[in-house]
Design a protein around this ligand. Structure first.
Ligand SMILES: N[C@@H](CCC[C@H](N)C(=O)O)C(=O)O
Length: 293
């Protein structure tokens, strides 16, 4: 068995996160280990945030993100807040810079314990999202679920926050839609060559949105930070809201500000649950502290 790595089980608005401390190690968290930890009732998670030594100068760490099915994600807003809280508790520092597959992110823990992450710039080009075919206007693409003359949801806005997102706008309560039924179909629709995170969103005022997300590689979650960012910028881009909104997800609220310099700032909480050690090759693990679960 390899030397065990430390981890913290955490959550960001109920989005279940494992923060894996891989600093100073030459091995990686394997997809098999991710699937094994996901299958265990106690460690089950939506994303692993594996913290590695920095690769790029000027950054604190390189972070690799694994979904619970073992696939990699480019961005994870809720998980990034969890990483910041864990590192701030360890170091006493308040600001961090990370490299991810989505690019370089900066983040800050505030006095009230909430954490802001600069999630970078959204991208709307069809090749950048990516889509399988050209759409000149990605604020409303042709795609629907249900009968042609009576679709259940249709015409999503699509955007990349480093990872691909489709947002279906609805007038009624987002809880009334069977996202668990059509989410997987849309996630795997051929229009999304790298699959997509699927959100249904209701605009409740020019400053507020309510949404639920079926996550690529993870399924229904209580919150998805990058989806909240993609939804907020798509709402502002289409004139549904202003650039500063409160987004209500099943797990709670996030504040999203699409700044004038095009960067998207996400602010919200993170919560520590318990700590353990695990084998990054197999996912075998042991508890180190008492805590929730
Ligand atoms: N929960 C995350 C997003 C997770 C990544 C997603 N499943 C993907 O594969 O793109 C968040 O808070 O942003």
């Amino acid at each position: 068995m390899a030397e065990l790595a430390r981890f913290a089980k955490m959550n960001g608005l109920g989005n279940a996160i494992i923060v894996a401390d891989m600093r100073g190690r030459s091995d990686r968290v394997t997809p098999d280990a991710a699937r094994a930890l996901a299958a265990d009732q106690v460690t089950t998670f939506d994303q692993i945030m594996a913290i590695y030594d920095p690769v790029v100068g000027g950054t604190d760490n390189y972070i690799e993100i694994l979904n619970c099915d073992g696939t990699q994600a480019q961005a994870c807003g809720n998980g990034t807040r969890c990483v910041v809280q864990a590192l701030a508790a360890e170091t006493g520092r308040k600001t961090f810079t990370f490299e991810t597959k989505a690019g370089i992110l900066t983040a800050e823990e505030h006095e009230d314990g909430r954490i802001s992450v600069d999630m970078g710039k959204p991208r709307f080009g069809w090749k950048e999202i990516p889509l399988a075919e050209e759409f000149a206007d990605t604020s409303r693409i042709e795609l629907q679920v249900g009968p042609i003359d009576a679709p259940i949801v249709h015409s999503p806005s699509v955007a990349s926050m480093g990872n691909p997102h489709a947002i279906f706008w609805v007038d009624g309560d987002v809880n009334e839609y069977e996202l668990d039924r059509f989410g997987p179909l849309l996630e795997n629709h051929p229009i999304f060559p790298e699959k997509a995170n699927i959100t249904i969103a209701q605009v409740t005022s020019p400053e507020t949105l309510t949404m639920r997300t079926w996550e690529r590689g993870a399924g229904l979650t209580l919150a998805c930070g990058s989806a909240a960012c993609a939804t907020a910028v798509s709402a502002a881009r289409t004139g549904r809201t202003g650039r500063r909104v409160t987004v209500t997800l099943p797990g709670g609220d996030l504040e999203i500000y699409w700044r004038e310099d095009d960067h998207v700032i996400m602010t919200g909480p993170a919560e520590w649950e318990f700590a353990g050690r695990f084998d990054p090759l197999t996912g075998d693990w042991q508890r180190e502290t008492e805590g929730v679960a």
